[in-house]
Ligand binder design. Structure first.
Ligand SMILES: Nc1ncnc2c1ncn2[C@@H]1O[C@H](COP(=O)(O)OP(=O)(O)OP(=O)(O)O)[C@@H](O)[C@H]1O
Length: 271
């Protein structure tokens, strides 16, 4: 079943009439993951933010983005507020700034869960602990008493994913969820994310410049370059037989990097 259908999405900066995103179309089926890949500035984030009405007023958005028969690009503020955070959640790249340093992780989790679902605070606490437990966070009862600066980036990202998942949304949009993490944390977060997606059935739009991460999670891939969609299709086909030169470049760059990394590790062993 189609959960989200984006057609001919265009974003124009009305100040200088510059088109930032041109005619981007894609679909998200239920219980699947769509990976959006492309270099920095290619329009990945702004495309998904536009769908959720989260962009500046100097930007004009045209096209359509149908979610359960509602065109999100035309949805009024109150309709959008009901969808955003409940049915469609967004996890941002910079987890540190997503948490308020003055409140404990638990306080923020409980507030968010209460605000977006109809449960009491004790119930929200149980949900928060259960969600952290599902993200394989040890001693969740202790973790919820901590402040953001007391946890690693990987732990915070897992807490963020746990909050989003505990809302039981139809769609999670994760914008570069592993970029700020080191290799070990990246791998762990991807594994947990994959596991949670499988058990909850939540559909995910995963934005990343890292094809390795996308490959691990996505069934479909959209490749963006300079605000345009240059390739879109089943992940296996895109990765095995990329039809666009830019996709081939991304795949090769990724392989080069992996090779360099492997070599540098071997060199260290030799030294
Ligand atoms: N409010 C705005 N007004 C004008 N241009 C904007 C605005 N916000 C973003 N842009 C431009 O839109 C383009 C796409 O930005 P976007 O953040 O979507 O890229 P991205 O592919 O997600 O990159 P990154 O991986 O670095 O996050 C960029 O050229 C950016 O400068």
């Amino acid at each position: 079943m189609k959960l989200l259908e984006v057609k001919n999405l265009c974003i124009t900066d009305i100040k200088n009439n510059e088109e930032i995103v041109s005619n981007v179309s894609f679909e998200l089926e239920s219980n699947t993951c769509l990976g959006i890949v492309g270099e920095s500035g290619s329009g990945k984030s702004i495309t998904t933010k536009a769908i959720l009405g989260l962009i500046n007023s100097n930007l004009e958005v045209t096209g359509s983005a149908k979610f359960r028969e509602i065109d999100l690009l035309k949805a009024k503020g109150n309709v959008m507020r009901k969808i955003r955070g409940k049915q469609v959640c967004m996890i941002l790249q910079d987890v540190m700034s997503s948490f308020d340093s003055l409140y404990t992780i638990g306080y923020q989790m409980i507030e968010t869960i209460c605000e977006n679902t109809n449960v009491s605070k004790p119930k929200a606490k149980d949900i928060a602990i259960e969600a952290l437990d599902k993200m394989s966070i040890r001693e969740p009862e202790q973790v919820i008493k901590k402040y953001a600066h007391q946890l690693s980036g990987g732990m915070l990202q897992r807490c963020m994913i746990a909050i989003a998942m505990s809302m039981k949304p139809d769609i999670i949009i994760a914008d570069e969820p592993t970029t700020a993490l080191d290799c070990i944390n990246q791998k762990e977060v991807v594994e947990q994310f994959k596991y949670l997606r499988e058990i909850t059935g939540t559909s995910v739009i995963l934005i990343s410049h890292d094809l390795g991460v996308i490959k691990h999670l996505a069934q479909k891939i959209l490749v963006m370059k300079d605000g345009k969609s240059v390739e879109y299709g089943d992940a296996k086909d895109v990765l095995k037989k990329p039809s666009h030169e830019y996709t081939r470049y991304l795949i090769n760059t990724r392989l080069d990097l992996t090779e360099e990394f492997r070599k540098s590790m071997t060199m260290e062993e030799v030294v």
